[in-house]
Write a protein that binds this ligand. Structure first.
Ligand code: BGC
Length: 430
């Protein structure tokens, strides 16, 4: 816009298809508290190292605004949000916010603390969780594995263990037999691509291997375990929906006309986004898509992050990427649910616009025929952001770290209106 020109504001009505699901997501390790799994074990021995690393990893602005990142206890999940005990209170907040769907994960290390011994009391706990959601007319998406393993499995090699597909499907079978009557959407694995990259390729998480052969074995194990479990779940409960949640990145050629950049972006998108989906072809009733990242691909410079408005963690905010991701995923011809999309925004200055801008592009994809059936924001609560600990605040609902008191953020109220109205009016500035 030139100086002196008058800015035009156009209003566009964004209406989503009838029956669209709205809500938010969490994962057991990040919110429940009281964990005893491979991740909590790792936290205990690595918290000091992570706090030390933060000194060089983050900018001055981040260190000043989130000084807790320099302390070891920021990295220990501990009581987390105590969601294990407060789920009812949290679901009541979600209900009041107009959510009609919720995604959470079941903690394997609770259900099968010792190999082959299944804990019925923990099943009863998750039954209460599911009944609580049902009572509030909130439909659950249940993930069976969100990055954590029981300690006995860790000792056998974790996901890399040869018998992993057997162990996982046996656990899944038990859970689905016990709880299947209350669940319409099962997600076997959360983001096998991100886990494999962070544990086995760049070695950032857990024991941190950098071994490409291990990464390949792990990827194959995820696929095998998913395929086995898909059949298992369907033999227990016909008509249920089974999927796998993948983090889909938008890889964009840096120079739109450079054949190298175009091919580079295609290859990366194939390996990172689609490989696991191709290895599990025919074993999905829906796609669970999680979108956070946009990457620019250039030869010979490599893969770069774009600049512009960023979250507290410095992650670029690039809403149009979700449109490209959805368009590219539509080739699988399956219903799509967005099961994660969100940002760390402690002062809540960007979240409302983040949600609206992403939804604008989701809607654009829907208008062009992509079968998107739901949007679940990450996250319902401020929680343990994995190896970054508690300083990044992803919640629609703020959680006070000392008192654990919940406070609904203003953006959550704006999102609530969208959920209730099944759409919103978008202001487009020209
Ligand atoms: C993961 C979550 C994580 C979120 C934000 C997703 O990739 O599934 O566990 O908290 O990203 O980083």
């Amino acid at each position: 816009m030139q100086l002196g020109e008058i800015e035009k504001v156009k209003k566009e009505k964004i209406v989503f298809p009838r029956g669209f699901l709205w809500g938010a997501s969490t994962s057991s390790h990040q919110v429940e508290g009281g964990m005893n799994n491979d991740w909590s074990d790792w936290e205990e021995s690595n918290a000091n190292g992570l706090a030390e690393e933060a000194k060089i990893k983050w900018s001055q602005w981040q260190k000043v605004n989130f000084p807790e990142m320099l302390k070891a206890d920021n990295y220990i999940s501990g009581r987390a949000c105590d969601h294990y005990n407060r789920f009812s209170e949290d679901f009541e907040i979600a209900r009041k916010l107009g959510h009609n769907a919720h995604s959470f994960s079941i903690e394997w290390s609770r259900i099968e603390k010792e190999e082959g011994v299944f804990d019925k009391r923990e099943i009863e706990h998750y039954r209460m969780v599911l009944e609580d959601l049902k009572k509030r007319n909130i439909r659950p998406f249940v993930t069976l594995w969100h990055f954590t393993n029981p300690l006995w499995l860790r000792d056998l090699g974790g996901v890399e263990c040869k018998k992993f597909p057997f162990y996982f499907s046996r656990y899944a079978k038990f859970v689905v037999e016990e709880l299947g009557d209350l669940v319409d959407f099962w997600i076997t694995f959360n983001e096998p691509n991100i886990y494999t990259a962070n544990v086995y390729v760049n070695g950032k998480w857990l024991f941190g291997k950098k071994d490409i052969m291990s990464a390949i074995r792990v990827f194959k194990n995820f696929a095998k375990a998913h395929n086995l479990t898909y059949d298992e779940i369907h033999s227990i409960r016909k008509g249920t929906n089974v999927g796998l949640a993948n983090n889909i990145l938008y890889f964009e050629p840096y120079y739109k006309k450079s054949p190298f950049d175009i091919v580079g972006a295609k290859i990366l998108s194939h390996i990172v986004n689609r490989e696991i989906l191709n290895m599990t072809k025919g074993k999905h009733d829906f796609l669970a898509i999680q979108y956070y990242f946009h990457r620019l691909v250039n030869f010979p410079r490599g893969v770069m992050e774009g600049h512009g408005i960023a979250s507290d963690m410095g992650w670029e905010i690039f809403p149009k990427g979700i449109y490209h991701v959805l368009k590219s995923m539509s080739k699988y011809k399956l219903p799509i649910y967005i099961t994660e999309n969100g940002l760390a925004d402690s002062d809540d200055s960007r979240r409302e616009q983040f949600i609206k801008n992403h939804l604008y592009w989701v809607h654009r994809a829907v208008k062009e025929g992509v079968d998107v059936k739901g949007y679940l924001h990450w996250s319902l609560l401020d929680n343990l952001e994995l190896d970054k600990g508690y300083w990044p605040r992803f919640g629609l609902v703020e959680v006070d770290r000392d008192t654990l008191e919940r406070k609904v953020r203003p953006s959550a109220l704006r999102y609530a209106k969208i959920c209730k109205d099944n759409g919103f009016e978008m202001e487009i500035r020209e």
